[in-house]
Design a protein around this ligand. Structure first.
Ligand code: NAP
Length: 256
């Protein structure tokens, strides 16, 4: 679907790339010719992802350990990434995110702040720090990561829902501000996807997913990677400030 020279001579930074959707997105961008910087906190897992990309694709990969709550660490990430990309970074995939389940009445202020800090503030910090490098590209592209929970809300996930809704609004605003710098910014809003964490919690497995099966509500990480790849590709040249939902078939009780 995507040719292996689509992103030739371009550099992509993917946060939250030590596993799950970030790993799948980094691999797909590398398969399409981008050199990739993978970032997260778990250095061993990140090194394994970078190694896998270098072994299995023709692209170069650099792993940088970073906590998106740490502004100084993000500045170091920008420096490492721009050096790696010979001065430019064309794509930022701000994917790092976290959640845990708790009703609002049992949610401490500290717990609320932790999730907002990682998801919303972390996305802001990364976009803010990479603004100059993205503006230096011919066409800079940003993809942020929301969730259908940011649209719908969910019991025991108010903190997560609020952070994801904020990411959608942040992305629309970035698109307006950065258009004059030739930077496109779009947001992905996945439904349930069989990443390792979801597989453990729900007893599902990505191996069982048939991408030719339309009637389902569990996605494969590669399906989110393909959509991210489209949004940073020239095929999406007239798309900015949008939130793209990938959730398969969403049924209400009356539809059954
Ligand atoms: P995951 O398996 O839990 O992976 C999350 C990634 O974010 C990991 O690489 C993790 O790495 C990184 N991360 C977490 N906290 C971080 C921090 N403070 N600093 C830097 N990196 C951090 O999650 P996933 O399922 O792949 O989800 C990826 C994104 O998609 C998240 O934003 C999530 O909210 C969103 N999403 C997922 C689904 C789904 O069904 N899977 C649906 C909708 C939206 P380290 O632990 O090594 O730091």
């Amino acid at each position: 679907m995507y040719q292996n020279d689509l992103f030739e001579d371009e550099t992509a930074v993917v946060t939250g790339a030590s596993r799950g959707l970030g790993r799948a997105i980094a691999r797909r961008l590398a398969e399409c010719g981008a050199d990739v910087v993978v970032a997260a906190r778990s250095s061993d897992a990140l090194a394994a992802v970078a190694d896998e990309i270098e072994t299995e694709t023709a692209s170069d990969a650099l792993d940088v350990t970073v906590d998106v709550r740490d502004t100084d660490a993000i500045e170091r990430l920008v420096q490492r990434a721009t050096e790696f990309g010979d001065g430019s970074v064309e794509m930022l995939i701000a994917n790092a995110g976290a959640n845990f389940h708790a009703p609002v009445t049992e949610l401490s202020e500290n717990a609320w702040r932790t999730i907002v800090d990682i998801n919303l503030d972390g996305t802001y910090r990364c976009c803010h720090a990479f603004a100059e490098a993205l503006a230096a590209a011919d066409v800079g592209r940003v993809v942020t990561m929301s969730s259908v929970i940011g649209r719908d809300g969910a019991a025991e996930s108010a903190h997560y829902a609020a952070s994801k809704a904020g990411i959608e609004a942040l992305t629309r605003s970035l698109a307006l501000e950065w258009a004059e710098d030739n930077v496109r910014a779009n947001c992905l809003r996945p439904g349930l996807v069989a990443t390792p964490g979801v597989e453990e919690n729900r007893g599902v497995t990505a191996d069982r997913i048939d991408r030719d099966d339309v009637d389902r509500s569990l996605g494969h990480p590669d399906e989110i990677a393909d959509l991210a790849c489209f949004l940073v590709s020239p095929g999406a040249s007239y798309v900015s400030g949008q939130t793209y939902t990938a959730e398969g078939i969403r049924r209400r009780p009356d539809d059954e």
